[in-house]
Design a protein around this ligand. Structure first.
Ligand SMILES: O=C(O)[C@H](O)[C@@H](O)[C@H](O)[C@H](O)COP(=O)(O)O
Length: 581
């Protein structure tokens, strides 16, 4: 009788660490954080399994899993091999061992790290093979074993750590290459009879909420908010909260923590405003031994501090008088957050009004919106309900390199099913003055039919969203510093013929229109904008030196203002000093 090895290469699940409930086969998703939602194709023997997600991840750096399930059958021959590859639909969890839903503990061989062999006689051998495979990799200095577990039923669970990754998460390709090589070695040794020849293998990354060891892991994750479980000396109760590490004092074996400015630490009465001074100044001095296992109050760990990393994406933006600040580690993260934000506003607006009136600008903004052309947004956004406008436009031909219309058309509009008649660009055959007049007229007609809503405190149009960039001089739309255009109170759309930034002729929404919008987002990236960002956002006290900086004049009367910044652009912000950064 010939033995047949059936390999099901699978999985691909998006889960938060510790969430074992939807363990396998439920979600045909492959994700490679932090690039979310994108479709990824992997080669499985002769098959392509192409899976993409239409679901929203709950966590940016969800763990990834890669599984091989091997089983021995005695009736089929090798030629049948491909036929017996299971399809997604056929898969059930009965092919895989279900784990108990338990909270992770330090050294549990799962999200708590460590090695757990559970009396498997072959466990040590399987572990040494895993070490060998890791050592032979070109990136052996970077990819390490985080956890290893074997079970008596022949399952091997490997969690890999990536030292150079902010959250310690290897990508799908790294998991896949390790898993394939490791599986091959296990098979070879299995064929020699040294270990069972039908082991099942799961290789994954630890999730964001891995448990950290104290003090060993602290310096590595010191910039991240962490959930700390500790014993409150006064009440002798177990508490937990989200903190930022201020220092580790090795001489006295203690950590000093400060509260992270996250929602759960804010006063519920304060409606999402930042923490008050008292909260910001409060410090938790915690000896190492005063930490206990979360969810296991009776389990005392003398040398392990139980801390879970908290996703930076889970941090709400910092709320200031100048709007919400969303500061991102990378352009990739910023872009993901921005398109999520746009998609959410679109959905809300379509639900409420049946349409979504959005005004664009030029510059790098459009590139950062590029993910809207990809799954899932390309399919989930109700493009037919979008009405597109420009907050400013250069008075040039539509095919001119300076045309904001051309920029948006090439980068976005031509790639999604927008209704052409809903795209309202300026008439490029007119003078700047005429084009501004006509554009104002067009908007007026759409306000009449309520395709564009109207402000209830002025007669201005109320766009659902106005997206702005900002120049190093603090200009937004084509509202430049010290320009008389800032004084325009009557017109909705006006023009300039002396723009300090070429080309000289432009049309622009006026401040009253921008400030009447339901939502305004200003997207600013790069260190060269840091000073302008500081001047636009920070509280300047009594000596406000820049009261008429255009970006500072963006102050929606009733709407919501959000700043999407990358770290370099936010680097001079005082408003962030006591935030989670
Ligand atoms: O009309 C223009 O000249 C540009 O559209 C300009 O206003 C741009 O939006 C800002 O300068 C920010 O651009 P970046 O984000 O590319 O720096």
């Amino acid at each position: 009788m010939m033995k047949k090895r059936m390999i099901v290469e699978k999985l691909l699940r998006l889960r938060r660490a510790g969430d074992r409930s939807s363990l396998i086969f439920n979600l045909p998703i492959i994700v490679d954080p932090p690039i979310q939602y994108s479709s990824l194709t992997i080669q499985n023997q002769n098959q392509n399994l192409s899976c993409s997600s239409s679901l929203k991840p709950t966590c940016l750096f969800a763990s990834l899993t890669h599984r091989f399930l091997s089983s021995s059958t005695s009736t089929q021959n090798e030629d049948d091999h491909q036929d017996s590859l299971q399809s997604d639909d056929e898969e059930t969890t009965d092919g895989w061992e279900e784990e108990d839903e338990v909270d992770p503990e330090v050294g549990d061989g799962g999200d708590g790290g460590g090695v757990v062999l559970q009396c498997c006689s072959w466990g040590e051998r399987a572990l040494s093979i895993a070490h060998q495979v890791l050592l032979l990799r070109a990136d052996s200095d970077d990819i390490k074993l985080f956890a290893f577990k074997t079970t008596p039923r022949g399952y091997v669970y490997v969690r890999l750590d990536k030292l150079s990754h902010k959250y310690g998460c290897p990508g799908m390709k790294e998991l896949e290459s390790f898993s394939q090589e490791y599986k091959k070695r296990l098979d070879e040794v299995g064929a020699l009879g040294e270990i069972p020849d039908d082991l099942a293998l799961e290789v994954s990354s630890p999730g964001a909420e891995r448990i950290l060891k104290v003090p060993d892991d602290l310096s590595r994750f010191k910039d991240m908010p962490m959930r700390v479980c500790y014993v409150d000396e006064e009440s002798d109760c177990i508490n937990n909260g989200v903190f930022l590490l201020e220092s580790v004092e090795m001489d006295s074996d203690k950590c000093v923590w400060k509260l992270a400015d996250v929602k759960e630490n804010r006063d519920v009465q304060s409606k999402g405003r930042p923490m008050n001074r008292k909260q910001k100044d409060w410090r938790l001095n915690l000896p190492f031994e005063m930490h206990r296992m979360f969810c296991h109050p009776s389990f005392f760990l003398s040398s392990s501090l139980v801390i879970k990393l908290v996703s930076s994406m889970a941090l709400p933006g910092v709320h200031t008088d100048r709007g919400e600040l969303r500061v991102h580690e990378s352009l990739e993260e910023l872009s993901t957050d921005l398109v999520d934000y746009i998609a959410e506003l679109s959905e809300a607006s379509v639900k409420e009004r049946g349409v979504f009136a959005i005004a664009l600008s030029g510059g790098s903004l459009i590139g950062l919106m590029g993910k809207l052309c990809e799954a899932p947004y390309s399919k989930t956004v109700d493009w037919a309900k979008w009405y597109i406008f420009w907050a400013d436009e250069c008075v040039v031909a539509k095919n001119h390199a300076d045309s904001n219309y051309k920029l948006a058309k090439d980068g976005l509009l031509s790639k999604v099913p927008i209704v052409p008649s809903h795209v309202h660009s300026i008439n490029d055959s007119l003078s700047a003055e005429e084009a501004a007049d006509e554009y104002g007229f067009v908007i007026r007609q759409l306000v009449k039919t309520r395709m564009v809503s109207v402000s209830d405190i002025s007669d201005c149009p109320k766009f659902d969203l106005i997206l702005l960039g900002m120049g190093t001089d603090g200009h937004v739309a084509s509202l430049f510093p010290d320009h008389s255009v800032l004084e325009e109170k009557e017109e909705w759309v006006t023009f300039i013929t002396d723009s300090p930034k070429p080309p000289p002729e432009r049309i622009t929404f006026t401040l009253p229109v921008i400030n009447s919008a339901s939502n305004v987002a200003v997207v600013v990236t790069g260190e060269n904008k840091a000073e302008a960002v500081h001047l636009a956002i920070d509280d300047m006290g009594a000596d406000d030196c820049c009261p008429s900086l255009p970006s500072r004049l963006v102050q929606p009367t009733k709407g919501k203002l959000v700043w999407f910044l990358d770290k370099p652009a936010a680097s001079k912000l005082k408003s962030l000093e006591f935030s989670s950064e």
